[in-house]
Design a protein around this ligand. Structure first.
Ligand code: NAP
Length: 421
């Protein structure tokens, strides 16, 4: 009898289109550019993916962590995956493949199932991402994916008002959603998805858009089952051309008592520490202030009941009037939070970014960085990531310390987090 021909089996990496919120985190994280997207789906190219797993921890929904054993020659192509509305069922493998999950590298690299064939080399060491992929050790346990595209929860709008000057271009809204008697547990730093009504150009329902919570875990109003979002009305694309943001315009135009379809919550790493005397360095631009507002308000509500550490905020906006929540922010006591505003287009003032202020306040920043109870959160424009990292490095190096050692520790200990778009 002829021996069966060896068949190469692949543990194929797939993204669940029903759970994915199209936030682009995986595509940005992938060190080998195996992840791509079209208007419908984010997908993994089986010819490029080396199973390094770098994309798995940062994914806020877990939709990235899907795997199928397939015959390599029959792996799902990128084009096939673009058309999916849901993941395909598991297929049974031909007997000749002799396939079992044990026959396949746990990291997802393909191997030849027949004995005697050389195994694939181990995947390369994953290059580090700038931020941590684990939460701070004392963070509370988050709930994620309680509600999905197929099973959204309905929330009622109980507040919607503008938090930037009426005469400015930045139309930013504070929107409060109430969940009534329904379960929707959240933590500061988590986000939710909003399903805008209607369909896209292809006639498909719109995908969810992700927004960070601007309120703490016990509600926008303490003791109420509600939460708030900070939403900027999108009227231009990144290049400045006219564009209509489907979800942001929908949200900014909502009236009291309107209902909204919500999915989530999402996020299991960008979470605040819970232990006494934990310090927060919060660095944000524009609507990236949402999670900072949530963490600040959580800390404010704990004052008197718990030993709250130091809070230091670096907040960038074009002008004072375009800085969301300017009024309430400036009313916070200075011995509770150290506020540093970086205004880039304030008439008569030099252009300043958050990274400039980090350098100007090098001494208190360095002191906080030298305390292992300090966690750093960065949220807002993608472009600030490099500038902020450079500024933190400069502060550390100036004091004669080694930034790469501290940076590694911050990542390993879940003390440096980025959420940028
Ligand atoms: P924006 O008004 O366009 O910019 C805010 C400030 O950041 C401006 O002063 C701007 O200066 C400055 N800036 C521009 N490039 C910078 C850089 N490389 N480094 C440091 N500062 C820089 O901000 P926005 O429109 O509100 O955007 C906020 C971002 O946060 C969006 O990308 C959004 O997707 C993201 N985000 C939002 C949420 C949410 O829940 N809503 C959550 C997470 C993240 P210039 O004068 O030079 O423009």
């Amino acid at each position: 009898m002829n021996a069966p021909l060896p068949v190469e089996v692949l543990k194929q990496h797939l993204i669940d289109p029903e759970i994915c919120i199209r936030c682009n985190t995986c595509e940005e994280t992938c060190p080998v550019d195996a992840i791509t997207h079209d208007a419908n789906n984010y997908v993994v190219d089986p010819d490029v993916c080396n199973g390094c797993m770098a994309c798995v921890p940062p994914c806020p929904t877990g939709s990235i962590d899907n795997w199928r054993l397939v015959v390599r020659a029959e792996a799902y192509t990128v084009q096939e995956q673009f058309g999916w509305e849901e993941l395909p069922q598991e297929k049974s493998l031909p007997l000749a493949a002799g396939a079992s999950s044990a026959a396949v590298d746990a990291a997802g690299a393909s191997q030849v199932a027949s004995a005697g064939m050389a195994a694939m080399p181990a995947p390369p060491v994953t290059p580090p991402t700038p931020g941590a992929t684990v939460p701070p050790w004392s963070a509370a346990h988050p709930y994620v994916n309680l509600y999905t595209h197929k099973t959204p929860i309905t929330a009622t709008v109980v507040g919607n008002y503008r938090v930037t000057g009426a005469d400015t271009e930045s139309d930013i809204h504070h929107i409060v959603l109430d969940f009534g008697e329904q379960l929707f547990p959240v933590l500061e730093g988590q986000s939710i998805g909003i399903l805008p009504p209607g369909t896209d150009a292809q006639g498909r329902p719109h995908h969810a858009r992700q927004y960070s919570l601007a309120s703490p875990r016990d509600g926008e109003r303490a003791g109420y089952n509600n939460l708030s979002l900070t939403v900027k009305r999108v009227t231009q694309d990144h290049g400045g051309a006219a564009a209509h943001g489907v979800c942001s315009n929908y949200l900014c135009d909502l009236a009291r008592n309107d209902t909204v379809q919500v999915i989530g919550p999402f996020g299991h790493t960008f979470l605040m520490p819970n232990h006494p005397r934990a310090n927060l360095i919060m660095i944000c631009t524009g609507t990236g202030s949402a999670p900072m507002r949530a963490m600040t308000e959580r800390s404010r509500r704990l004052l008197g009941a718990a030993d709250v550490g130091k809070l230091m905020l670096f907040f960038g906006a074009r002008t004072e009037r375009e800085l969301p929540y300017f009024g309430p922010l400036m009313k916070l006591p200075r011995d509770f939070i150290d506020i540093n505003l970086a205004l880039s287009r304030e008439p008569g003032q030099p252009k300043r970014y958050v990274q400039d202020l980090i350098r100007e306040r090098a001494e208190p920043v360095r002191q906080l960085l030298s305390d292992r109870n300090t966690c750093i959160y960065v949220c807002g424009l993608k472009g600030m990531e490099v500038g902020v990292l450079d500024a933190l490095r400069d502060v550390v190096v100036q004091s004669g310390e080694d930034w790469s050692i501290l940076h590694d520790a911050l990542r390993r200990e879940g003390r440096l987090h980025f959420e940028t778009y």
